[in-house]
Design a protein. Structure first.
Length: 256
């Protein structure tokens, strides 16, 4: 890959990582605070199980689609779809908070891990091994910045606005990430210097990537559930609690 293309691709991937991790952590805090402030702690186990089943089904289906189309084609479209769903859920929350809280929980749980794993699949395809060694550290730094922003953003919004105000903000972050990835793909054309298409990952590699991230997500959800039980009964803002817990848990699991 020519040096100028490598630099541009690394910059795009770093920016995308920052935005994706921002909406991932902010989305988790919003999801949990909205659900538990609506239904209470007792309703958490059934929704966690339902979300895990939905995540597994989507992971298997989308891994097969990725094997045919490639993550660079599919992931920006999934992020755009997720943004559209968030806007619809925001409108629904104004009229029917209870069903909206359920849909938001299922949506952000099922899509969150898949979008993150899909992004790293793009990085895996985008860079050859030598280039990847030079750029992954920069991309990971962008993700760390996103972890910081993902904690600060919902805390500030929650202090100034309503909980559901985070939904259109999350949708906007989704659209920014999708646009970054789409522009980089359009500029590069996913062709190498000889005009040959970049080889796509095989289905087993993609399936392993998605399954690994889903495994971390399930363990993180379990850990968060334990923290909820500890937190139950204490007079404290749910939104602040989940901002702090997901920042801490996300920092740990992103490092695995």
């Amino acid at each position: 890959m020519p040096l100028w293309r490598c630099a541009r691709a690394a910059a795009a991937a770093t920016a995308a990582a920052t935005v994706i991790i921002t909406f991932q952590l902010a989305g988790k805090a919003t999801r949990d605070a909205l659900f538990l402030s609506t239904f209470g702690v007792a309703a958490l186990p059934p929704i966690v199980i339902a979300a895990a089943v939905l995540s597994a089904v989507l992971a298997i289906a989308l891994a097969r689609v990725m094997s045919r189309t490639g993550p660079a084609h599919l992931v920006p479209r999934l992020i755009g779809l997720s943004a559209t769903l968030l806007l619809a859920e925001w409108a629904l929350a104004a009229e029917a908070r209870r069903p909206a809280a359920i849909i938001v929980y299922l949506h952000l749980t099922a899509f969150g891990a898949i979008l993150v794993s899909g992004f790293w699949a793009i990085v895996n395809e985008r860079f050859d091994p030598r280039t990847a060694r030079r750029t992954v550290g920069r991309i990971a730094a962008g993700g760390s910045l996103g972890g910081l922003l993902g904690g600060v953003l919902p805390e500030r919004v929650g202090a100034a606005l309503s909980l559901t105000a985070m939904l259109p903000i999350l949708a906007g972050l989704h659209l920014v990430a999708a646009q970054i990835l789409a522009i980089d793909q359009a500029l590069d054309g996913r062709f190498d210097a000889q005009g040959l298409r970049v080889p796509a990952m095989t289905l087993p590699v993609r399936a392993h990537t998605v399954a690994q991230v889903l495994g971390f997500a399930d363990v993180e959800n379990l850990a968060c559930g334990v923290l909820v039980q500890i937190h139950a009964g204490r007079a404290r803002n749910f939104f602040e609690f989940f901002v702090e817990s997901h920042c801490c848990l996300g920092k740990y699991f992103n490092g695995l």
